[in-house]
Design a protein around this ligand. Structure first.
Ligand SMILES: Nc1ncnc2c1ncn2[C@@H]1O[C@H](COP(=O)(O)OP(=O)(O)O)[C@@H](O)[C@H]1O
Ligand SMILES: [Mg+2]
Length: 374
């Protein structure tokens, strides 16, 4: 399918632009000061908790909702006066939204018939779209005669059949069980690579976002807290919210005791001290949240040169096959989760020294209001 119009790299950087977009429902601010560029051909995911504004943002792009303020450009054109059907966007929803009385083939043909594509062209295009999602043999069935996963593939074929340049998917796999969902993630990713179409995908499932996306935008209370590649978000979270939303994280509350360049000494309750990387302005005395991932905490006996060393006792150990999760209780009662080797043996109540590098431990201002997406 010719999903790309080949306008070159420079233009591709801004296939879709949200410029200072706001959405109010009465006095409720659903989307705030949204500035976002979507690149041609990328797989971009909106990830965030329920109610954070993902669907509203997607619907403004699709044309089902109007921004209260600001502007959206699609391929350089303002979309304000463009009705949904003129935007050449394919949509896939969680609930499939197939027509129950029509056959699979007629469902997939529907977007072509309403676009007045000649009948002679429709047949072959429907077959091609159904072959793409491996459902050609079911073309005469009704949707109710298919499984949930198959129905979702019909919905996908229907969204792709008219060769849209942009496909929007709102929690499309949410109704499927885990195994099928993981299978469909791979299929969707392969289709994206094969077609080169731009995909904007909504999910609240972080593992889905991390495995499928070129970039992920983290939504929090109507704003983008951070946008970046999965590994940027995982390794360099900009806020405590992002650190806790992406991947596993130990969060510890403390107070800044001393600042030294981009490092700071943080006092935990009961006088424990930790050196951390300061993210954002952190004046002395400021309350902070420390974030450190389970795999970044080491057993002190097994490493050299980690700046933080802290005593704990074993509070539990859970076997996970390829690793164990050690629950380590600090002197102040706080518990850290630590990923350790599967064969390490740990007895309940045993003392254990933990170590981690300053660079792996981030100090964020407490309760930061998140400022716009970059
Ligand atoms: N039509 C509407 N009228 C009033 N409030 C709405 C409407 N649609 C969404 N909202 C509110 O806007 C917020 C964002 O909703 P939504 O974009 O659907 O979140 P998400 O998709 O991230 O779960 C929610 O608090 C929701 O209740
Ligand atoms: Mg939603």
């Amino acid at each position: 399918m010719a999903a790309q119009s080949g306008d070159g790299e420079k233009d591709g950087a801004k296939f879709v632009e949200f410029i200072d977009v706001e959405k109010m429902y009465g006095s409720f601010h659903a989307v705030r000061r949204l500035n976002l560029d979507i690149r041609r051909g990328e797989f971009l995911t909106f990830l965030g908790p329920s109610g954070s504004g993902k669907t509203t943002t997607l619907n403004m792009l699709a044309g089902f909702e109007r921004p209260s303020e600001g502007m959206i450009r699609l391929d350089g054109q303002p979309v304000e006066r463009m009705p949904p059907y003129e935007r050449n966007i394919g949509m896939v929803f969680q609930n499939y939204a197939l027509f129950p009385h029509m056959s699979v083939a007629d469902n997939v043909a529907f977007p072509l018939s309403v676009r007045k594509i000649p009948k002679s062209e429709i047949g072959p295009r429907v077959v091609r779209a159904l072959e793409m999602v491996k459902l050609a043999q079911f073309k005469d069935r009704k949707p109710t005669q298919l499984s949930g996963g198959q129905q979702q593939r019909v919905a996908l074929a229907r969204a792709l059949v008219y060769e849209p340049t942009l496909v929007l998917m709102d929690e499309p796999l949410g109704a499927l069980d885990k195994k099928l969902r993981e299978h469909m993630q791979i299929e969707l990713k392969q289709l994206h690579e094969m077609l080169g179409v731009t995909v904007v995908y909504v999910t609240h499932d972080q593992s889905e976002a991390l495995t499928m996306s070129d970039r992920v935008a983290i939504f929090e209370s109507g704003e983008i807290a951070q946008i970046g590649s999965p590994d940027q978000l995982y390794n360099d979270p900009a806020t405590a919210f992002v650190a806790s939303f992406i991947g596993e994280n130990n969060a510890l509350d403390g107070t800044v005791e001393r600042v030294n360049g981009d490092e700071c000494a943080v006092m935990l309750p009961d006088g424990l001290k930790v050196i951390a990387k300061a993210v954002g302005p952190l004046p002395q005395g400021a309350p902070v949240q420390l974030a450190i991932r389970p795999e970044q905490i080491k057993l002190a006996a097994e490493v050299n040169g980690h700046d933080n060393r802290i005593g704990a006792t074993v509070d539990g150990c859970i076997y996970h096959g390829d690793h164990q999760r050690l629950l380590a209780r600090l002197a102040n009662g706080q518990i850290l989760t630590v990923k350790i080797r599967p064969e390490a043996s740990m007895a309940m109540g045993e003392p254990v020294d933990l170590a981690w590098s300053t660079g792996d431990c981030r100090a964020f201002p407490m309760g930061t209001a998140i400022s716009g997406g970059h």
